[in-house]
Design a protein around this ligand. Structure first.
Ligand code: SAM
Length: 260
């Protein structure tokens, strides 16, 4: 799985959004303590940095070394590469033992995980009572009524190359198993719908597409989906390569605590 994210690590850093500040203040307000947080599948720290605004210490882990190497530094965030050979006991020891983590976040990543074994680890690590577990994903980038159909057309060319794990993200986590007790911010089968937006350069937009695992899988199979002709078409409709545009996304969140 790590291989899917190694090659596009540089594009991730340039392209992937960070998340609205209010999300973190809401999550922090619901935890009993704010000592230690774990951001899993941290990528380049896109969520870890926001979490660090509210917690004394954040550990960001990722299965991909290339992602961790490009992680954005922060004095309260420690990034650790956790290859798939890492055992649960090794991960638990990073936090000093079970029952020690106040907030666990997984941004745009849980659909890649082995859920039963990850959920068992979450239940062991979360502080009880009071520890919180939050996952979210986003999809449906929107630029304008004339630009969006081009993205949809491009997306359709990528469909054969997505790993089936991505389906959970495409359906906005509606079918993601989430056996945790709801705290009013989404629940299993009923994720909380949120909006996010950002400013994006044309190069940033292209990096976003290049960071899609399906685009890289196609490339590995000798198919350059994002070829010159496609890029030119995007550029014309974007309004030129120097323009920075507002882009919005739909996001879906599930937050819970360990059931008694
Ligand atoms: C789409 S990126 C999201 C990165 C970042 N959290 C964000 O919000 O942009 C998914 C990340 O999950 C990582 N990942 C995939 N499977 C993993 C696993 N089993 N354990 C830890 N990280 C994993 C990938 O290496 C990648 O960095």
């Amino acid at each position: 799985m790590a291989g899917l994210f190694e090659k596009q690590a540089e594009d991730y850093l340039n392209a992937r959004p960070t998340y609205p500040k209010e999300w973190y203040s809401k999550l922090a307000a619901l935890t009993h303590h704010r000592n230690l947080a774990w951001d899993v599948g941290t990528g380049n720290g896109q969520a870890a940095l926001g979490v660090a605004e509210h917690f004394d210490q954040v550990i960001g882990t990722d299965i991909s070394e290339a992602q961790i190497q490009r992680a954005m530094p922060h004095p309260r965030v420690q990034y650790i590469h956790t290859p798939s050979t890492f055992t649960d006991e090794e991960i638990i020891s990073l936090f000093g033992g079970e029952n020690s983590v106040d907030l666990i976040t997984v941004a745009q990543a849980i659909h890649w995980f082995d859920l039963p074994s990850f959920y068992s680890l979450v239940s062991r690590l979360l502080r009880k009572p009071g520890g919180l577990f939050a996952v979210w994903c986003y999809n449906g980038m929107r630029v304008s009524p004339t630009f969006d159909p081009l993205v949809m057309k491009f997306y359709e060319t990528t469909i054969p190359f997505w790993n089936s794990d991505s389906n959970h993200a495409f359906d906005g986590y509606k079918t993601l198993p989430f056996p945790f007790e709801s705290v009013g911010l989404g629940s299993e089968g009923n994720p909380l719908a949120l909006d996010m937006s950002r400013e994006l350069s044309f190069e940033g937009f292209l990096s976003t597409l290049r960071s899609w695992s399906a685009v890289n899988t196609a490339k590995d199979q000798g198919l350059d989906l994002l070829n010159e002709k496609v890029v030119k078409e995007f550029e014309n409709e974007w309004g030129g390569s120097n323009l920075v545009r507002s882009v919005s996304y739909k996001a879906f969140m599930l937050v819970g605590k360990v059931k008694n």
